[in-house]
Design a protein around this ligand. Structure first.
Ligand code: 13P
Length: 255
């Protein structure tokens, strides 16, 4: 069975004390959650202390929110995937729409980041998703297919098997407008069938596909009914211990 994953993307929020308190409360509240993996994607400077904290709970893991497309060297301000690996970071979010839109990341740059991550044993959480105008023009499937093709489909079967995919329609991120169950399930099914055509049905069946975009305790349960929706990548609601724990609970009831 595919892994069920609830990931919190803290983005550029929280002080050190707030981040540690949030992690401690989440660890305390979610002790027996076998079969759900909880991923906390924190700013770089909180990663190391978080890794120490989650040792007590095998269901928790830590993600970075980005890494460099370069191996190492004179790239001031960048963080290499090898550095993440060296402190035990398991996952890295790559291709988030905020990185694409605000920092000019292209599909080919993201492909290089995916390579750096996998070379170092850090598993990518690869984000894809269309803009509102692209959905309104009915090209959302083409947009997502191109993102997959240009950033992931150079990988071998063994490599793609190590990736998690997050479908995050850009119009649903931070807007309070979530994709309907039908819109999310339809795109997840499309992503899985696209992977199946390129690789194989068995590979496609093994890859967890998360939904992201205004996920809350109120809409999580319905989304998790989708056969191809294996969890969530949560932004705003992941900053509130109760909301995030309730989203984890919503997934636990489906297992
Ligand atoms: P929101 O849940 O705040 O819409 O953010 C989603 C997101 O971007 C997660 O990566």
């Amino acid at each position: 069975m595919r892994k069920k994953i609830i990931a919190g993307n803290w983005k550029m929020n929280l002080t050190f004390a707030e981040a540690m308190a949030l992690a401690d409360n989440l660890l305390d509240e979610n002790k027996n959650i076998d079969d759900v993996e909880v991923v906390l994607a924190s700013p770089f400077i909180f990663l190391h202390p978080l890794i120490n904290r989650i040792q007590s709970n095998p269901n928790f893991s830590i993600a970075a929110q980005n890494c460099s497309d370069k191996i190492k060297g004179a790239f001031t301000g960048e963080i290499a995937a090898s550095m993440l690996a060296s402190i035990g970071v398991e996952h890295v979010i790559l291709g988030h729409s905020e990185r694409r839109q605000l920092y000019g990341e292209t599909n080919s740059m993201i492909a290089a980041k995916v390579d750096r991550a996998l070379e170092n044993g850090v598993f990518p959480i690869f984000c894809c998703g269309e803009l509102l105008a692209e959905r309104n023009n009915n090209i959302h499937f083409n947009v997502v297919k191109k993102q997959l093709e240009e950033s992931l489909f150079h990988l071998t079967s063994n490599q793609i098997d190590e990736c998690i995919i997050a479908y995050e329609p850009v119009w649903a991120i931070g807007t309070g407008v979530t994709a309907s169950f039908e819109q999310a399930q339809e795109m997840h099914e499309f992503i899985r069938s696209t992977i199946s055509s390129k690789y194989s049905k068995s590979i496609a069946e093994e890859i967890s596909i998360l939904y992201g975009g205004s996920v809350t305790p109120a809409n999580a349960s319905e989304l998790f009914d989708g056969d191809d929706i294996d969890g969530a990548l949560v932004g705003g609601a992941s900053l509130k211990e109760k909301d995030f724990s309730d989203i984890i609970k919503a997934m636990l009831t489906k297992i």
